[in-house]
Design a protein around this ligand. Structure first.
Ligand code: F6P
Length: 325
């Protein structure tokens, strides 16, 4: 396949590493004599015709920056068929022949429809701090978010230890406990509560009592925001009714997990996937998401990506339990 011009979009929630991926897409395209249009504000930019031309200079000095120079959005309008027609007319006018989308499940669902309606080749690059996208071991942004959380948990541990306190730390993950389990292991959490398994208050109390009997000077419970028993405040209230040996505090880390300079691992992942996305278009791939599984680039159709659920690493929960003794 040959292309004269492709478009690149960031869609859905932002995360660290998006700029590194945009840079990789632009530089790889230019290396292959392909022009690149940046589509602003996610799919809304196609609908409103908000395009910018990206040359090599426009992506210098962005590799290390969080956020996205293209801005991003979760577009509701793109769900409407007539609006998608306007989007197609706009990208055709701009001369865009293929698309690279940095997105998650929702974005891939949208582009799958669009590319099948208008036969425009599209390649997806997985990004989300939640790391819950099927078809890749890791999504861009996850590693940076984890490092942010672990730094925060280490700091919370210092104050918890000084005051002999119990902390409930809420991390992001509306539907996924990936951030919770990885940061829980790395931060030495006493318990980890995730949406994937049922949370029983009695069980948490038992773990905390064991810690108290062992004379632990601080305890940390990591709560994924989407836990079935509620948010960190709700769970802390319930626990306090049955376990009051420690002074208890709650800390919600929130959107700080979505910002900041990407880690080395995220920069390398974003660079690999950005290069591979342009090369995938050139070798005739379309309507697939790229991922890295066991260190190899793999292609999964958008329909498979959105149909399947990433398998949760239950083994990590088992490890966390052993180590929390
Ligand atoms: O999907 C990424 C994520 O950060 C979730 O963990 C979180 O629940 C959600 O986005 C928050 O979305 P918003 O930025 O719209 O509040």
């Amino acid at each position: 396949m040959s292309y004269k011009k492709i478009g690149v979009i960031t869609s859905g929630g932002d995360c660290p590493g998006l700029n590194a991926a945009i840079r990789a897409v632009v530089r790889t395209a230019l290396f292959n004599d392909i022009q690149v249009t940046g589509i602003m504000n996610g799919y809304d930019g196609m609908i409103n015709g908000k395009f910018i031309s990206l040359d090599s200079h426009s992506v210098s000095n962005i590799l290390q920056r969080g956020g996205t120079i293209l801005k991003t959005a979760r577009s509701e309008k793109f769900k409407d068929q007539a609006t998608r027609k306007t989007a197609f007319d706009n990208i055709t006018k701009e001369g865009i022949e293929g698309l690279i989308i940095l997105g998650g499940d929702g974005s891939f669902r949208g582009i799958e429809k669009f590319s099948s309606e208008y036969n425009i080749p599209a390649i997806g690059i997985p990004k989300t701090i939640d790391n819950d996208i099927y078809g890749t071991d890791f999504a861009i942004g996850f590693d940076t978010a984890l490092n942010t959380v672990v730094q925060a948990v280490d700091k919370i541990r210092d104050t918890a230890d000084s005051h002999n306190r119990l902390f409930f730390v809420e991390v992001m993950g509306r539907d996924a406990g990936m951030i919770a389990v990885y940061s829980g292991i790395a931060g030495g959490a006493e318990a980890i509560l995730i949406p994937e398994t049922e949370t029983k208050i009695d069980q948490i109390v038992k773990i905390l009592e064991r810690g108290w009997q062992r004379k632990k000077s601080s305890m940390i419970v990591i709560v994924a925001e989407g836990d079935d028993a509620g948010g960190a405040y709700d769970i802390a209230e319930e626990v306090k009714k049955r376990f009051s040996q420690y002074d208890t505090r709650v800390s919600i880390l929130g959107h700080m997990q979505r910002g900041g300079s990407p880690t080395c691992a995220d920069r390398v992942l974003a660079s690999r996937l950005g290069v591979a996305a342009v090369e995938a278009l050139l070798s005739g791939h379309k309507n697939e998401m790229l991922g890295i599984i066991s260190d190899k680039i793999v292609y999964t159709s958008f329909s498979e990506v959105v149909k399947n659920k990433k398998i949760f690493p239950n083994e990590l929960m088992r490890i966390a339990e052993i180590l929390s003794l």
